[in-house]
Design a binder for this molecule. Structure first.
Ligand code: FES
Ligand code: FES
Length: 216
């Protein structure tokens, strides 16, 4: 399933909420008539939907505006602020999280679309006392400076290595009939969606190469 797939139930939820918002918004003009049409518009609460999110192995029941992105739900409602909002439009990778084993940009998906899926954020990968191997490698190789892009880089790198192991080709895979070779060319290409303003790229590559067990 891709990040853009909606189940029928999720689609109905979003549609119903949007329709009710439209009805509320237009009611003064269509029902109240000319006598009241000059009255100031009443502020209306946005419609909300009930969403069950499974994040880092824990279920969270949330009432959300159906337009809430997964990134905003994680940061603003669940206070999991590891995932960062860099651009909010799919260009920087700072918001990368792992859903059902695949990396996605949480700023480009609605929270309601991820109901029933397994979401892993940087907070769920490891703990300060028990780091994920990729986290430990980033520390060892100084794979960051300011650290803003780092949670997205690490989530992306973890899922990226799984993509290589699963044989999913990239733009630099030479032979599409064979499994891609785990190496720096593949890693650089596959990590190109994660930008680092500090330019820690070479150290990031060293960390990834170590976890993958290849020579840098
Ligand atoms: Fe999602 Fe930049 S914040 S890609
Ligand atoms: Fe600063 Fe990447 S470490 S943006």
């Amino acid at each position: 399933m891709t990040e853009f797939d909606l189940t029928r139930r999720q689609l109905l939820k979003v549609s119903a909420a949007a329709a009710s918002s439209a009805v509320v918004a237009t009611r003064p003009a269509t029902e109240a008539g000319a006598a009241t049409s000059a009255a100031p518009a009443q502020a209306t609460q946005p419609a909300t939907v009930n969403v069950l999110l499974r994040v880092n192995g824990t279920d969270h029941q949330l009432m959300l505006d159906p337009r809430t992105t997964l990134l905003d739900a994680l940061r603003e409602r669940l206070h999991l602020t590891g995932s960062k909002k860099g651009c909010d439009q799919g260009q920087c990778g700072a918001c990368t999280v792992i859903v059902d084993g695949r990396r996605i940009l949480s700023c480009l998906t609605l929270a309601v679309m991820q109901e029933g899926h397994d979401i892993t954020t940087i907070e769920g990968l490891g703990t300060p006392k028990n780091l994920h191997p990729m986290q430990a490698a980033f520390v060892k190789h100084d794979g960051f400076q300011c650290g803003f892009c780092t949670p997205g880089q690490i989530c992306s790198a973890v899922a990226m290595l799984e993509e290589v192991r699963a044989g999913i080709p990239s733009h630099v895979t030479a032979d599409l009939n064979r499994k891609p070779e785990a190496g720096n060319a593949e890693f650089r290409e596959r990590m190109s969606g994660n930008l680092c303003r500090c330019g820690a790229y070479s150290n990031i590559q060293e960390a990834i190469a170590e976890v993958a067990g290849v020579q840098r």
